[in-house]
Design a protein around this ligand. Structure first.
Ligand code: CTP
Length: 131
């Protein structure tokens, strides 16, 4: 049983999120997703996500290719989460290229290419401009 783990905010869920989760799940038998907490997002981006953590967690949890979800409270706890969930492979988008190589002694680390031309930030910007 090969467990894959990935992390993200997954706010204003879009096809780039679907693509990375689908490709991550194809790398193993079981996909676990850490969904960043509202507080963690606020500390990173200086704003709250559009969808609260409970809703973002619920959306990810119902995807057919996701087996387990949890709230990621801290970026510093990646190794702890990997060990708790017995993950064999960490998958991240290539916006994080090389950033998690220090975890390679503990698990496989795979960076997948991002889906071009879509992001939560861009969607929020487009909606703002139209309103
Ligand atoms: N992702 C992707 N392709 C995109 C957008 C996101 O593969 N076009 C991946 C990211 O690399 C990450 C995961 O989806 O592994 C969650 O990313 P997240 O930061 O929540 O999504 P973004 O749309 O990038 O959000 P933002 O614009 O707020 O950074």
């Amino acid at each position: 049983m090969k467990t894959v783990i990935t992390f993200g905010t997954f706010d204003v869920f879009h096809v780039g999120h679907v693509n990375i989760l689908q490709r991550a799940s194809a790398l193993g038998d079981r996909l676990v997703v850490g969904v960043s907490s509202d507080a963690l997002n606020f500390s990173k981006k200086g704003r709250n996500p559009i969808y609260c953590e409970a809703d973002r967690l619920k959306i990810i949890s119902v995807l057919s290719f996701v087996d387990d979800v949890f709230i990621e409270e801290s970026l510093e706890k990646k190794l702890q989460y990997i060990q708790e969930h017995k993950a064999d492979v960490l998958v991240m988008g290539d916006d994080w290229q090389d950033k998690f190589d220090h975890l390679k002694p503990h698990c496989g680390v795979v960076y997948l290419p991002r889906t071009p031309s879509i992001s939560t930030t861009e969607i929020i910007e487009v909606v703002r401009q139209k309103s």
